[in-house]
Design a protein around this ligand. Structure first.
Ligand SMILES: *[C@@H]1O[C@H](CO)[C@@H](O)[C@H](O)[C@H]1NC(C)=O
Length: 392
């Protein structure tokens, strides 16, 4: 056969496979899901997932408009294809009676999957009853994270909203190549442990163009995170963007190559934070760039805290083993709600090295009082306009 003919036949085969794959749609309604917000639709969703996961070519799961109660769902691999799209026009609702999820830890979870994209939709964790239980100091279950992706790769989350999670809203753990874009997260500013997005033990994760308001960290970065890119994020209320807590364990994977770019923090407890336990550990933080950040009345706009020891838990009089190096703050502007706008409180055993500040201008929100910086065991250099004056 001549080459053009072969190419032509290959295109025909391609068109055939492509059009067949377009057709493989699994609508949860046709598996019995009820959009009434009160019938548990977990079995219907799991059947749709089994169909899509068992398909040898690309598959789509479609969730029509409406509210679907899901009591607890695990979507697991290994799948026969690596191109599953989940398109949500509806809202997935967690059981409001928090004892149903109890201390299971997870509400919706994807495990061992490759090539899953989630578009649109809303996750409603209905966490307020659990928060109230915790606030009242009663004995309550720990709660569940809304969406957890574990041991997976090539994942996209695009245009998803997540509200009122019991615990963390989105967790990416032990994953590679995850792209989160255009996500909206909202929970009350005093809801406990409702972190927006938590990443750990993962590589090549990007989080972009998202808006996150919670009662805890906007984005938290745990041990073993490498090649993380965060860009164009609005945070607040909440606790800001945090690398840590790290160093709780003696043996722990390090955090390396993190970029946080073009972020706005409004009314948050912290801005750009690195936080480690005051305990021995072999972990580290190396190669972090914080660039183009705007602070609006943030309590601790720039902070490294290596003396974290809540309730004196197994760490009084100990120092952090985490080595922090090569951290750059570039073009950070705005207002601090406290006088110490820049705080580098590093480990006496492993001082911070290679901190760079360039064009940092933070003012104390209270007029006529200059902002200050604080350094302990921190080394590096400052260039450009740096205000408050650098103590490096
Ligand atoms: C750092 O991470 C980014 C993605 O966030 C990646 O493009 C870049 O190649 C990484 N750099 C190194 C040296 O691995």
């Amino acid at each position: 056969m001549s080459k053009p003919t072969t190419n032509f036949l290959l295109s025909l085969i391609y068109v055939f496979i492509y059009s067949t794959s377009e057709a493989a749609t699994y609508n949860v309604a046709s598996f019995g899901a009820k959009a009434d917000g009160k019938t548990d639709s977990t079995p219907a969703f799991l059947k749709a997932w089994a169909g899509a996961c068992g398909s040898v070519s690309s598959a789509m799961i479609y969730v029509p408009p409406g509210r679907y109660l899901l009591n607890h769902a695990v979507f697991s691999g290994q799948c026969k294809n690596n191109d599953i799209t989940i398109r949500l026009d509806g809202t997935l609702v967690a059981p409001s009676a928090y004892r149903i999820l109890g201390s299971s830890g997870y509400w919706l979870s994807f495990r061992d999957v490759n090539g899953v994209s989630i578009y649109g939709g809303t996750l409603d964790g209905q966490g307020s009853a659990l928060w109230a239980c915790k606030a009242a100091g009663k004995s309550c279950p720990n709660g569940a994270r809304s969406l957890t992706i574990t041991n997976s790769k090539n994942i996209a989350i695009n245009g998803l909203s997540s509200i009122n999670s019991q615990l963390y809203h989105i967790v990416i753990d032990d994953c590679q190549n995850v792209n989160v874009q255009g996500v909206k997260i909202a929970a009350s500013g005093n809801s406990p442990n409702t972190d927006g997005i938590h990443v750990e033990s993962s590589s090549a994760v990007t989080i972009q163009s998202s808006n996150i308001k919670t009662g805890d960290d906007c984005i938290s970065i745990g041990p073993g995170t490498t090649n993380l890119w965060i860009e164009n994020i609005a945070c607040g209320p909440g606790h800001g963007i945090s690398i840590g807590s790290l160093g709780k364990e003696l043996k722990e994977a390090g955090v390396q190559n993190v970029t946080v770019k073009t972020v706005t923090l409004s009314g948050t407890d912290n801005g750009l934070r690195i936080k480690t336990w005051a305990r021995p550990s072999n972990g580290f933080v190396k190669g972090v760039l914080f660039e183009h950040a705007i602070m609006n009345n943030v309590e601790n706009p720039i902070i490294i805290d290596q003396n974290y020891c809540p309730h004196g838990e197994n760490c009084p009089h100990q120092v952090s083993g985490i080595q922090i190096s090569e951290v750059t703050y570039k073009n950070i502007q705005g207002t601090s709600a406290t006088q110490v706008a820049v705080k580098f409180n590093c480990s006496p055993k492993n001082p911070c090295t290679g901190i760079t500040m360039e064009d940092v201008r933070l003012t104390y929100a209270i007029e006529n009082q200059a902002a200050k910086s604080f350094c302990s065991n921190a080394g590096g250099k400052a260039s450009g306009v740096v205000e408050p004056t650098s103590c490096l």
